[in-house]
Ligand binder design. Sequence first.
Ligand code: SAH
Length: 257
Amino acid sequence: MNNEDNTNYGLDVNLICEFFMGMDRQGPGSPDMTVKALSFIEGLDERSRIADLGCGTGGQTMTLAEACPAQITAIDNYPGFIDKLNHEVQAKGLQARVNGLVGTMEEPPFEPGSLDLIWCEGAIYNIGFERGIRLWYPLLKEGGYLALTESCWLTEERPKEIHAFWMEGYPEIGTILVKQEQLKQAGYQLVSTFVLPESCWTDNYYQPIATWKETFRAKHPGNRSVEELLRFLELETNMYRRYQAYYGYVFFIAKKC
Ligand code: SAH
C-alpha cells in the first residue's frame, strides 16, 4: 500500500485504506514472527525507544508492546489507521508507553541517535528499501537495531508473468543476498534473516481479505472503484497461490555499528 502518489497499481489509495481499516493487519506477517524477530534484539528495557514505521492499524505494534517494556512510537500517514491504533492502546491501558502518530516515514519525527530500534513490517517499499535504510540509519543510537520485512525473490530465476507483476508494483524487489549487501553497504551489521512462512500470507492476510471482501462489497453496492479494488486483490491472491515458490516476505534484523 503506497500513499505517496495516491495510487497503487492505479487504484485509489483512500479506498484501499478504507478497505484495510476493517482488517487487523495490512500486510503478511504474524505475532509469532514479530516475537521471533524481537528475540534477536538485545538490551531492551523500559527506557528504550522504538519507532514502528508504517504501522498500519498496529497489529505488530501491540505484539511489540506486549513482548517488551520499551517506549513505542508508531507512525503511519493514514489518520484512520492511527485512530484505530490509539483506541486499541487506550483499551489496553498502554498509553503511558505506546503512542500512535500521523506522520511520514520519509521524515520520521525523531532526533538523530535517539532510537534503540526501528521496526517496519511490510511498509519500507513505500519509500524504497535502499532509500529507507539509509534515511533511518542516523536516527539509531550506536548499537541500535533495525528490524524490517521486505518482499524478496527467493530464486535467481522466475516466470515472466510474476516478474512483470512485481516490476509494475515494486521494481526494487531483489534477492535476499542483494538486500543483505545493501544493508552492509549502508553501514549495518547483519544479525538475522528469515523468510516468513506461507501461513503469514494465507491464514493471516489473504484469508481475512477474502472474508472481509464480501462485507465490503455489500457496503458499496455497484461501486466500480470498489469492484476494481476487489478484482485486484483477487489477482494478487492468485499470483501468490501460483508463484509463492519465487517470492516472499523476508525479515531482516540488522545492527548499527
Ligand atoms: N505494518 C503494518 C502495515 C503494513 S501496510 C502491517 O504489517 O500490518 C503499509 C503501511 O504503510 C500502510 O499502513 C500505509 O498507510 C503506510 N504508509 C504508506 N506510505 C507511508 C509513508 N510515506 N509514511 C508512513 N506510512 C506510510
